[in-house]
Design a protein around this ligand. Sequence first.
Ligand code: CA
Length: 224
Amino acid sequence: MIIKDKLILLVEDNEDVQELNKSMLEDEGFVVNTAMTLSEAKISIQQRKPDLIVLDIGLPDGNGLEFLRKFRKLSKIPVLLLTGYSEDTDVIKGYENGCNDYLPKPYTFGVLLARLKSLLQSAEQIPERIAHGSLYLDVQSGRAFVNGNDLLLAQKEFFLLLYFIQNEDVIMTAEHLYKKVWGQPMNKNNQAIKKTISRLRNSLEDSGYTIVVTRGKGYVFERV
Ligand code: CA
């Protein structure tokens, strides 16, 4: 996951807590907006949708849980409740109202950071099934179909296709693709990627999509 540019909205009325979390998260590479009240939080969300919200419960103009319950009907943005309310019943209420995680105060920054990263990662996860033109991908079983016919792709071919679909019309270098699909640097081993792309291109023959090689630049997945 790339942390850089992920926007976190901190909703907290304790200035010390707010300032500390803001500066620590910024040090980690996050972009941070802050709100001291629920009404400030609403304005902030309208102005720019955050990737994640850290929400206090006791706030000067209302209860964070009430806010969360209404917000959940409108948005799936992950919310972590960071609160002094730490009884089991409070935690249960938090989840009932739609929080994705719950961290009682006092807490350590390391734990907060780990939880935020984990929430952002889950939010980024790809769906179980992807329909894209004539292509249909069952991500869990790693199978891809064209008009209902199983392409019988090898694992790397499947992941490559998945990555191409997510980046249609984007020229990507062999090095970049290799790193994404093989999970390690390509170094000089470019035969594997060439072969995999060539096999995948053949499999896509009747799909309406192809992979075009742009000499010196890389590969692009596009409609025929
Ligand atoms: Ca508070």
